[in-house]
Design a protein around this ligand. Structure first.
Ligand SMILES: Nc1ncnc2c1ncn2[C@@H]1O[C@H](COP(=O)(O)OP(=O)(O)OP(=O)(O)O)[C@@H](O)[C@H]1O
Length: 218
């Protein structure tokens, strides 16, 4: 792919990658990071869960006690946070700033996106995230990828498909800046690269969101 000039302004804008579990976000992002080493940063989240073997404080997560986490919530330090399975997880604004001058990439779920939307513009200077929706080509393909990955049991797949319904319903409202349909991996990867690198035409290179019948996710 020929390299067109990078627009430096856009690299200050966090790129928020949304999309149902199983769409191919990790696959596409890992390829992007491998092709552009040192260009992008993933923020280190805070969590109240205990570290697993081999995890290091400040590397995989900032491990904190619930009391400290909640104090940070009260202080308004989180751009997004949520509780899963009895533990809290969240991204602080400080964790985002620490990535500078690398472009910040966030892979967050709908709950986080909604919080970020309400908080980003209130920051000083305001954060101007680019919201990207990575879409599966069809619902049957999404189901195939989720089960084909072999990482989830039936109950986990069910939970993910329920969440996918909400993600897609939100996407259908047209709230994202760009939609990329991950049908052909190579084509989707090139589009993601264009958006993430801020290459000329990045804002116009997206796809039309496919027509989905979300009832197929029930
Ligand atoms: N374009 C594609 N064509 C066919 N298979 C794909 C494509 N993109 C990804 N996959 C496969 O789909 C599965 C799900 O991909 P991946 O794990 O990257 O999804 P994800 O969106 O990051 O999910 P999660 O949010 O659960 O981490 C993987 O097995 C991956 O190899």
């Amino acid at each position: 792919m020929s390299q067109t000039p990078i627009n430096p302004e856009v690299l200050n804008r966090p790129l928020v990658c949304c999309g149902p579990s199983g769409t191919g976000k990790s696959t596409l992002l890992n390829k992007l990071f491998a092709d552009h080493p040192g260009q992008f940063g993933f923020s280190v989240s805070h969590t109240t869960r205990n570290p697993r073997a081999g995890e290091e404080n400040g590397r995989e997560y900032h491990f904190v006690k619930r009391e400290e986490f909640m104090k940070r919530v009260e202080n308004g330090e989180f751009l997004e946070w949520a509780e899963f399975g009895g533990n809290c997880y969240g991204t602080t604004f400080a964790a985002l700033s620490a990535l500078y001058p690398k472009r910040c990439i966030l892979d967050i779920e709908l709950q986080g996106v909604l919080q970020l939307r309400s908080k980003a513009s209130k920051q000083s200077p305001p954060l101007e995230p680019v919201y990207l929706f990575l879409s599966p080509p069809t619902i049957s393909e999404l189901k195939k990828r989720l089960s084909g990955r072999g990482t989830e049991n039936d109950s986990s797949i069910k939970k993910r498909l329920n969440a996918a319904k909400k993600e897609i319903e939100y996407a259908q409202k047209g709230k994202h800046d760009i939609y990329i349909v991950n049908s052909d991996l190579k084509i989707a990867g090139e589009k993601l690269e264009k958006v993430a690198m801020g290459f000329q035409g990045w804002l116009e290179c997206g796809d039309k969101l496919p027509e989905f019948d979300v009832n197929e996710l029930e």
